[in-house]
Each structure stands twice: as C-alpha cells, then as structure tokens.
Write a protein that binds this ligand. Structure first.
Ligand code: SF4
Length: 363
C-alpha cells in the first residue's frame, strides 16, 4: 500500500517561486535571494517546497525574516560539515521492520510516509523525505502483536497528517485491533504550515478509530516561531480540542530564527493560551547543511536557564538532544561538560555516552 497524496497549491521549484513573487508584485532583486541559478543548484540537493499559506506569511523583502530562513536555503547550505550526518539520530540502526523503529521499550516510531507539505531547511530526514515507500502492514502488525511491551505508536515521517483518509482507515483496520497499544501520537508540521489542508473528515476518521479501538489520539504540532501560530492554525487546534484530541508542541532551537528568550517565551505562552502544551524544545540534530542554524550546547543551556525563569512549567517544554547513533533523547541540562566541546551523559539504559558539540557520539 502506498500512502501517496499530492498538493498543488505550493511552491515546488525555483520557477514556481519566481512566478509566486511576480503575482505578489515583488521584484526578485528586492528580495536579496541568491540568483535563480544558485537556488536551482541548492534545490537539486534538497528540493524547495513551500505551501502558499506559508509563503504568504513571509516578509519577502527582509532577508532576515525568520520564516523565510526556515524554508529557503542560503548559499551556505551547500557547505556541509564533517560532523553532519545523513541519518543524524540513527533511525536506520533501530529499524526492526521497514518503516518501524523500536528505540525505547514502550513505544514504536512508524515512518509510513516520506511526504511533507513543506521542506524545512533544517530537516533531519533529508535523506528520505520525498521518496515513495510502500508499507507492509502485515509485517508491522506481526511485530507489534509480538511485542506486548509497546503501548504507544508514534507516527512521523514525512508528515502523517498528509495521509489520505482512506490510508488512515486502512491503518485503523490493521493496527487498531492490537489491544496493548493505548496511544497514537502524530508528529506533524502541517498545522503550522498549511492548516487548512487537513479536512474535518480526517479528524473525524481519527476520532472514530480512537473510539472504536480505545486509544488516545495525540497530535504534536511542530512549530518554530510565534508567527506560525495563525488564526487558521488556531482554528485547526479548536477542531482537535472539540474532538478530545490531546495537543502538544515541538520546537527546534535555531540560530537567528528563535534563539532568544523573548521569541520562545512568546511562542510557548501563545500555545498554552490556545490549548497546546509545549512538549519538546529540540537541540538541532546534526543534519546535513544546517551549520548556520546551530547553537552550541553551552548557548542552548544558557537560553533554557533563562526560559525557566520566565515561564511556568506549564509553558516550558523539555529541552532535549537526540543522540547520534540511535541512543535516544536525553535532557540537554543533564549533559555534563568534560572539556570545551565534549560532554558526557547517560542514556535511559544507563549507557554512558560522550557527545562532542561538533563530533560524533560514541558509547
Ligand atoms: S516536516 Fe519534518 S520531515 Fe518534513 S521536511 Fe520538515 S523537518 Fe523534515
């Protein structure tokens, strides 16, 4: 089965971008963007994809606009660093069945689609985003049925909110009857970048499946800047809350986008106000071509310390680092500094791991 869906109202090439700017009466020269040819080259490495809803939020004449930085590559994206990795969090090392990753005992990650509505320039799955991948439900079901310790399914991708309704129903049929699974968690950037692309029928299908199979539906909204929390996003949130879907959020800490107390505090407070609990603040993974977004561990820890003073725990997410090599997430505040750029921590399994700010984690 292939979870394929296509959306047409987005910028998917440099020509599309030029046409979009023209319709908005913006001259390319006034944007300080790289040239058409330079952008074309970057597009070939990791394609540009920007939904129109998101493009309309960007201040195109401001080269420092944080939203623009999230979706358009600067020239330095081509300068990959030796410490950057195509699979920075070690998904492949923990893949037990194609598309099924079992890293922690009680939960499994399902990567059933590699399709996204937006291509984030900091993406940690650049190596797989955009590939078409068939799903073998029989193999996934067999593995999960044999692993009674698994209580939660985490759908990521790609973006699981791009599943066609028919695919969601098939998923319910295949995985819903597994009784020891009590939570289905969807990680998605769709509500922040193209909230109106999710139909009510999608949410209703999910809640019907949840009721029938007695699991708790949870949606984790990936949101990186307060300007992404638009009235359309809030409307989506309200539809979820009306249907008893739990809402959490995840943010990636990114240099020159959201790396200050004011921006993050505004984002987290605004999320709580509309009914979303800030869940994770992620230290940037060692994804390819992301050096310009990177803060050091020391800078991140200092910022988080300041956030602790400015936000109650209700609005404060946990600041985490996904260790390279598939060791899993650890709170960044647990990292113990050994020397300038080297830290030590312990995984949930009690394994000691060293992490170099610009190196590779080793057990
Ligand atoms: S939505 Fe997630 S998987 Fe898709 S491009 Fe963005 S970061 Fe990557």
């Amino acid at each position: 089965m292939l979870p394929v869906i296509t959306h047409t109202n987005s910028i998917r090439s440099v020509d599309d971008l030029a046409a979009y700017l023209q319709t908005r009466g913006i001259d390319w020269a006034a944007t300080s963007l790289p040239s058409h040819e330079q952008l074309q080259k970057l597009h070939q490495t990791f394609p540009i994809r920007i939904p129109q809803h998101y493009a309309d939020l960007i201040d195109w004449k401001n080269p420092h606009d944080p939203l623009r930085k999230l979706v358009l590559p600067p020239l330095v994206e081509a300068d990959q660093q030796p410490y950057e990795l195509p699979d920075p969090i070690g998904d492949h090392d923990r893949e037990v069945v194609p598309g099924l990753i079992h890293r922690y005992p009680d939960r499994c990650l399902l990567l059933l689609t590699t399709y996204c509505l937006v291509h984030c320039r900091f993406c940690f799955r650049k190596d797989v985003v955009g590939e078409v991948r068939p799903v073998d439900f029989a193999a996934i079901r067999a593995y999960l049925t044999n692993h009674q310790e698994v209580h939660e399914l985490i759908f990521s991708g790609g973006d699981p909110l791009t599943f066609p309704v028919g695919f969601l129903m098939a998923m319910g049929q295949q995985l819903g009857p597994i009784e020891h699974i009590h939570q289905w968690r969807f990680h998605t950037r769709v509500p922040a970048v193209d909230p109106e692309s999710v139909g009510i029928s999608w949410l209703e299908t999910l809640t019907n499946l949840a009721e029938k199979h007695r699991f708790k539906p949870i949606i984790v909204i990936h949101i990186d800047h307060p300007r992404e929390l638009t009235s359309e996003t809030t409307a989506f949130i309200n539809h979820c809350l009306d249907r008893n879907i739990m809402l959490l959020s995840q943010t990636v800490l990114l240099k020159n986008v959201n790396d200050n107390t004011q921006t993050l505090a505004e984002l987290f407070r605004s999320l709580v106000k509309v009914g979303v609990k800030p869940y994770y603040l992620h230290h940037l993974d060692r994804a390819l071509g992301t050096h310009h977004f990177r803060l050091s561990i020391a800078e991140g820890q200092k910022l988080y310390q300041s956030l602790r003073g400015h936000l109650s725990t209700v609005a404060l997410p946990e600041y985490v680092l996904d260790l390279p090599g598939g060791f899993g997430k650890v709170p960044v505040m647990w990292l113990e500094q050994l020397n300038d750029h080297t830290y030590q921590t312990e995984t949930f399994e009690g394994k000691k791991v060293t992490y170099s700010d610009y190196g590779v984690a080793t057990p």
